[in-house]
Design a protein around this ligand. Structure first.
Ligand code: RP5
Length: 177
C-alpha cells in the first residue's frame, strides 16, 4: 500500500477541498493532526498515501486530476529525502504546503531542507517539523480568502488564543493579590 494511491480516500462531509498526501503509511500518524484540524473547521478533505520516489507515475496521474475535482490546496508530508511536496508543486499551480517529518539518521533535518529549499519558481510553503496542524490552519487561511464563513471561524479561533492569554494573566494577578 505504501507504493501507490491509498484506497483510503476520505471525503468527509462533502466534496473535498483539500488533499492531504503523505509519502508512506508510516507518516499517517503525524499527518492525522492535519485531518483533525480540517475537521475542526468543517473543511472536507481527502487523505492519500502516495510516494513520489516509489510511484512517480501514479503521483503525476493523481495530481493531474486535482484541479478538475476542485481541490484548492494540497498538504504534502514526507520524511527522509522528502521529494513529495516539491514533486507535487512541480505538477500543479495549486498552493502546496509541505510538512517535513522526523525520523531516519538525520531525524528530519534532511526532510526540512528538501522541502524548504525549493528552486525559484516552484514554491512549497513549508511548516515546522511534524507540524501538520499548522499546515491545516494555513490551508484554511488560504480557503478563507474567498470564504467569509471560514474567515469568521478563523477569527474566532485566533481570538480564543487572546482570551486564553488574558484569562491566564487575570488568574495570575488573582493569585498574587
Ligand atoms: C519517505 O520515507 C516517507 O515520507 C517516510 O517518511 C519515509 C519512510 O518511508 P517508509 O520506508 O516507512 O515507507 O518517503
Amino acid at each position: 500500500m505504501s507504493q501507490g494511491r491509498s484506497s483510503q480516500v476520505d471525503g468527509r462531509s462533502g466534496r473535498p477541498r483539500v488533499a492531504v498526501v503523505y509519502g508512506s503509511p508510516s507518516d499517517a500518524q503525524t499527518m492525522s493532526k492535519a485531518g483533525a484540524t480540517l475537521e475542526r473547521f468543517g473543511v472536507p478533505y481527502e487523505e492519500v498515501s502516495l510516494s513520489a520516489h516509489r510511484a512517480p507515475r501514479t503521483l503525476a496521474e493523481y495530481v493531474g486530476q486535482l484541479k478538475s475535482r476542485e481541490i484548492s490546496v494540497v498538504i504534502a508530508g514526507a520524511g527522509l529525502a522528502a521529494a513529495l511536496p516539491g514533486a507535487i508543486a512541480a505538477l500543479t499551480t495549486l498552493p502546496v504546503i509541505g510538512v517535513p517529518i522526523s525520523g531516519g539518521a538525520l531525524d528530519g533535518m534532511d526532510s526540512m531542507l528538501a522541502i524548504a529549499q525549493m528552486p525559484p519558481g516552484v514554491p512549497v510553503a513549508t511548516v515546522g517539523l511534524n507540524n501538520s496542524t499548522n499546515a491545516a490552519i494555513l490551508a484554511v487561511q488560504i480557503l478563507a480568502v474567498s470564504d467569509p464563513d471560514l474567515a469568521l471561524k478563523l477569527a474566532t479561533f485566533k481570538d480564543d488564543f487572546e482570551q486564553a492569554a488574558a484569562a491566564s494573566l487575570a488568574d495570575l494577578s488573582g493569585a498574587r493579590a
